[in-house]
Design a binder for this molecule. Structure first.
Ligand code: PLP
Length: 398
């Protein structure tokens, strides 16, 4: 038997497989220790609170957990949203408006399966997404039977999708709009006006806005605004809006696989039904640890300071070279290098630094991908390793 779902044929290879092919046969210089900046996996230590809380709840590993998580977990997420986004206490209902996720990846995939009705429309519904992007948006749209609408997010549009570029026909066909703020890879932050405009379009044309805010806690200057706080002034029930949050970057806990989704209660009800079939439930010790992490800010502030220091280093070492700019959010450098693939090969062969060609963040598009002239560098290692890696890249640029 062959697995036959033809929708899967439309999935492009994940960026890291493409990178492995690009670098196959190239060896980094023998005299340097190779440094991998291609993957956005935080290397800072998670707070001790994580292991302590897991251990304290070890007696719960034998229990099947409920798909909606625990009341304590949902309450901690709701309270965090209210603190972080200065929402009135009690405005997020933990019973109706919050659900746990096994990482935001799960939720970002499932949300397309919730809102795309591929059968009843004469043409496939559209799912809009920034381009370059986190590949799961694209995969989720394709598997749901929608047509991905990749909206270039380049320097010309402030590294966010240009909302004015959408025509009425597209807006009417939209089932879902993924936005990432702070954005991976460019670090751009959607301001209040942008979020309000997108939301108004969603209400007018009745599509769902899914805002991926998994980098919301890693920022340089002011805390990025969130969609919930902006939309609350327009609709306190957050109809047509979901936001996605994660502990992977905030708490350096990518292996915990823990995030949550919050927003429109009508959509959340369906989400819970789908999760009961399709999602990995979160073990009770994991939920207990996640609850504690959302209640604690000290480790998040310390983490943010570490990233700011590394952006200081990046500015010092790379400033004025390789199209360097200091992003307002996230932990990536998005470097304009002319030809991302050629530069990634050179960086590996001549400097032992692994970078991701920006074009690989545009599934299904070749040389003309909006990010093809860039490389992405994840500043996830310690400060000294980052300094060393960026120093080697600076030497390549001179
Ligand atoms: C933009 C973006 N969204 C979502 C995720 C998924 O994160 P997680 O599933 O660990 O919460 C990532 C991970 O790298 C990401 O970069």
């Amino acid at each position: 038997m062959h697995p036959r779902n033809p929708r899967l044929d439309r999935l492009a290879d994940f960026p890291f497989r493409r990178l492995a092919r690009l670098l196959a046969g190239l060896a980094p210089p023998a005299e340097v220790v190779p440094i991998d900046l291609s993957i956005g996996e935080p290397q800072h230590a998670p707070p001790p609170l994580l292991a302590e809380t897991l251990a304290a709840h070890a007696h719960l590993w034998n229990r099947y957990p409920p798909p909606q998580g625990t009341p304590e977990f949902r309450a901690a997420c709701a309270a965090w949203l209210e603190r972080r986004y200065r929402l009135p206490p009690g405005s997020v209902d933990p019973e109706q408006q919050v659900l746990p996720l096994a990482g935001t990846k799960e939720g970002l995939f499932l949300v397309a399966q919730l809102v795309v009705d591929a059968e009843s429309a004469s043409r496939p519904p559209l799912v809009a997404m920034p381009d370059p992007l986190y590949a799961v948006y694209y995969g989720a749209a394709v598997v749901a039977g929608a047509e991905p609408l990749c909206l270039p997010a380049t320097a010309a549009s402030g590294f966010l999708p240009d909302l004015d570029a959408l025509d009425r026909d597209q807006l009417d066909r939209l089932a879902l709009f993924y936005l990432c703020s702070p954005a991976n890879p460019q670090g751009a932050v959607a301001d209040r006006d942008y979020l309000a405009r997108l939301y108004r379009l969603a209400r007018e044309h009745d599509f769902l806005v899914a805002v991926d805010e998994c980098y919301a806690e890693i920022y340089d200057g002011l805390a990025p605004p969130g969609a919930l706080e902006v939309v609350r002034a327009i609709d306190p029930e957050w109809r047509n809006l979901l936001v996605f949050h994660s502990l992977s970057k905030r708490s350096n806990a990518a292996g915990l696989r823990s995030g949550f989704v919050a927003g429109d209660a009508r959509v959340m009800r369906r989400f819970l039904e789908l999760r009961a079939y399709a999602a990995a439930v979160q073990p009770l010790p994991v939920l207990a640890a996640a609850t504690r992490l959302w209640q604690d800010e000290a480790h998040v502030e310390a983490n943010r300071r570490l990233y700011r220091r590394k952006f200081d280093v990046a500015e010092e070492v790379l400033g004025g070279r390789l199209g360097f700019y200091r992003p307002p959010g996230g932990f990536f450098l998005w470097l304009g290098v002319g030809d991302g693939e050629a530069f990634a090969r050179r960086a590996w062969r001549d400097a032992g630094v692994k970078l991701l060609p920006g074009g690989y963040l545009s599934p299904g598009v070749g040389k003309h991908a909006p990010g093809a002239g860039h490389v992405r560098a994840a500043l996830v290692h310690g400060e000294e390793v980052v300094r060393e890696a960026l120093g080697r890249l600076a030497a390549l640029a001179t």
